[in-house]
Design a protein around this ligand. Structure first.
Ligand code: EPZ
Length: 430
């Protein structure tokens, strides 16, 4: 097949995902550890004066990017299957270069960690998917409230503190990253820190559990008020990464579209309550068991209206994959994005495949049921890429997805997991 040059993007992988559509999915897919937990737990391990073990770490490229930073800071890191050991006793608190900082959004967690432990950090503005401007003002405001001085030169940030003192910090927005980063910075501050309007995502509970096992004194994660009583030092500990509710949701949506007894295993069902509520509204047939859900394709899907919200609302990270299901509903649905101003990268590709979508600002009106047709499309960010895979799986004919690095950042072994349950999907060199 002739490849149109427009498909190539500077610096992206010379591979593409090829999908032959309309094959039913049956069997069992096991969910890995949560990306958005793991990318905070790995930096958190550097708070310890000792060795930490993190189990059930997902096999994704964001993990590799963090490993590069941990090694750059002269920490030892070993990996055995899905368990990693990090020894931070020889940590050398050097500048985290721009090349390392921009590899992912979560590089900013080293700010809170190194500020907490050394009262000094030099790092650059983080990277991350292109879904909005992604400021870090709330993180910096929290650090300043604890007593840090922040100097910004271009994209480089230097943070210094004589000492860090507990403070009452009310977040203007329930930011996941700022909540976690301020928790890190407050762990060894003098006195009590209270974070109000804290994010309530379940990954934050996972991180609090790890910090408390390391000797921190934190309570309230999962609620909108988190209390941290500073300690003088932290020691090595062990933690399990919780299951990835966004990976799970992505495969659950595939089951709603193509399942013939497709079981998504190793989940915590209540973490996906908002998604299940919408699937019920649409008439999707599924059976939830203790740690799994089994789905069967439903032919007559009802349209729904969705507004993304902070946890426990409908997660912004499932907006794009969910849009593909909405193209298959009989009638008009809406998807309104309230968290990120640019979570729209999937729309051009879905339109090119034949979807009927009208966009008004951050609200899409999606009319179904439309038959999607395979073609050449580009991933623009992690969750847009996931949506394109869902679209390719249900499309007539063959779909070619370019810029697949975005997808491999956050979905471990996705080609293998889908092939195992009957999808005709592969990665090929261009
Ligand atoms: C985390 O990003 C996740 N990433 C995102 O998942 C997820 O979409 C997001 O939380 C919301 O759930 C990781 O955990 C690595 P935020 P984060 O701070 O922490 C504004 C994925 O696909 N904001 O809760 O960066 C911001 O602009 C990724 O896995 C500020 O204004 O999200 C946005 O509008 C994508 N100032 C809103 O808050 C700040 O200092 C949510 O941001 C920080 C955030």
């Amino acid at each position: 097949m002739k490849i149109s040059l427009c498909m190539f993007k500077e610096g992206m992988s010379m591979e593409r995902i090829v999908i032959e559509g309309r094959h039913p999915l049956s069997g069992s897919i096991t969910i890995g550890g949560a990306k958005n937990s793991a990318v905070a737990l790995i930096p958190a391990a550097l708070l310890a004066d000792g060795i930490c073990t993190i189990k059930n770490v997902p096999n994704i490229t964001d993990k590799d990017a963090l490993f590069d930073i941990v090694k750059h800071l002269n920490c030892e890191i070993t990996e055995d299957n899905k368990a990693i050991k990090i020894d931070s006793r020889c940590l050398n608190n050097v500048l985290i270069t721009q090349e390392l900082s921009v590899k992912l959004r979560a590089s900013y967690y080293f700010m809170g960690v190194l500020l907490s432990k050394y009262k000094h950090v030099e790092i650059f503005f983080p990277g991350g998917c292109n879904i909005g401007s992604r400021p870090i003002d709330l993180h910096l405001k929290g650090f300043k409230a604890l007593g840090a001085k922040v100097t910004k030169r271009g994209h480089k940030y230097t943070l210094d503190a004589e000492e860090l003192k507990g403070a009452k910090i009310k977040l203007d927005f329930a930011s996941v990253g700022a909540t976690i980063n301020i928790m890190f910075a407050a762990c060894m501050a003098k006195g009590r820190t209270i974070i109000e309007n804290a994010a309530k995502e379940v990954e934050i509970i996972n991180i609090m559990d790890f910090l408390n096992k390391m000797g921190a004194k934190i309570s309230g994660a999962g609620t909108d008020t988190i209390i941290i009583d500073g300690v003088t030092k932290m020691h090595g500990a062990e933690i399990d990464v919780i299951p990835d509710r966004i990976e799970a949701g992505t495969y659950i949506l595939m089951g709603a579209l193509l399942g013939e007894n497709l079981t998504v295993d190793g989940i915590i069902p209540e973490h996906n309550e908002a998604l299940f509520n919408k699937l019920t509204e649409m008439g999707v047939s599924y059976q939830i068991d203790k740690n799994s859900v089994t789905l069967n394709k439903t032919d007559s899907l009802k349209p729904v209206d969705i507004i993304t919200q902070v946890y426990p609302g409908f997660p912004t990270d499932l907006n794009q994959p969910m849009c593909v299901l909405l193209t298959q509903a009989n009638g008009t649905s809406t998807m309104e994005e309230t968290i990120w101003e640019n979570r729209k990268g999937h729309y051009p590709s879905l339109l090119k495949m034949g979807a009927k979508i009208e966009l008004d600002g951050n609200k899409a009106t999606i009319t179904g049921k439309t038959d999607l047709k395979g073609t050449e499309i580009n991933a623009t960010d992690l969750r847009a890429g996931a949506a394109l895979i869902l679209a390719g799986l249900i499309a007539e004919g063959t779909t070619y997805i370019y810029d697949i690095d975005y997808i491999l950042r956050g979905y471990e072994n996705i080609i293998h997991k889908l092939s195992q349950v009957g999808a005709k999907i592969k990665i090929e060199k261009i």
